[in-house]
Design a protein around this ligand. Structure first.
Ligand SMILES: CCCCCCCC/C=C\CCCCCCCC(=O)SCCNC(=O)CCNC(=O)[C@H](O)C(C)(C)COP(=O)(O)OP(=O)(O)OC[C@H]1O[C@@H](n2cnc3c(N)ncnc32)[C@H](O)[C@@H]1OP(=O)(O)O
Length: 153
């Protein structure tokens, strides 16, 4: 299935969470299901916190990149544009809030995102992590369109 991350240009495909060119990263893949965005990810044994359960930093990382990808896709969708069209929308994380509701078991996880707000260069995304039918974590990300000057002081 065509994923948002498949449309990131090669020179920005090195992100640890979502870059297809980062062999050490999570390489998440996100797509639309109606008005929700969905990522499926199965943690490895080395993502353990307490034996049998996933490390919270991993959960936060998945929420982060799921949500920045969702922000970009939502902007394209709002403008009725294809994700390969120019100018490109690229988002970075302004803030990342995570509530860990229940221990998250090692096994297939499903992240479901919804867009709460689009305003100017900012998109607010809510994301819930499910293990089976159980919501184990919920996050909110403020994603901001990357300024031209990103990385320069
Ligand atoms: C480090 C490597 C990144 C590589 C990226 C390469 C490009 C790749 C592109 C595509 C591939 C996918 C990449 C996915 C990336 C994955 C996620 C990450 O890990 S990103 C890394 C962590 N994040 C940062 O390093 C941001 C550092 N911070 C900044 O650069 C700025 O602070 C920035 C851009 C976030 C905001 O600065 P302003 O000056 O451009 O924007 P202002 O005008 O202040 O804010 C715009 C709106 O956003 C809100 N906002 C900004 N920061 C906020 C915050 N911390 N909390 C809540 N709202 C915030 C503001 O209140 C404002 O909203 P109102 O218009 O007033 O409604």
């Amino acid at each position: 299935m065509d994923a948002f991350q498949d449309h990131y240009p090669e020179n920005v495909s090195h992100c640890y969470g979502c870059g297809s060119k980062n062999k050490h990263g999570h390489q998440i893949k996100t797509h639309w299901e109606g008005d929700e965005t969905v990522t499926r990810f199965t943690p490895e044994p080395y993502h353990t916190s307490v034996p049998g359960f996933a490390y919270g930093g991993l959960i936060a990382s998945l929420i982060d990149c799921h949500s920045t990808g969702t922000a970009a896709a939502a902007m394209y969708r709002q403008e009725g544009r294809d994700m390969d069209s120019l100018p490109a929308f690229r988002f970075v994380t302004g803030s990342l809030h995570v509530d860990f509701l229940k221990p998250t078991p090692l096994g297939e996880l499903t992240l479901r995102g919804t867009v709460k707000e689009i305003k100017g260069r900012k998109v607010v995304v809510e994301c819930t992590v499910f293990a089976g039918d159980v919501a184990t974590a919920r996050g909110e990300v403020v994603a901001v369109q990357m300024p031209e000057s990103f990385g320069q002081s």
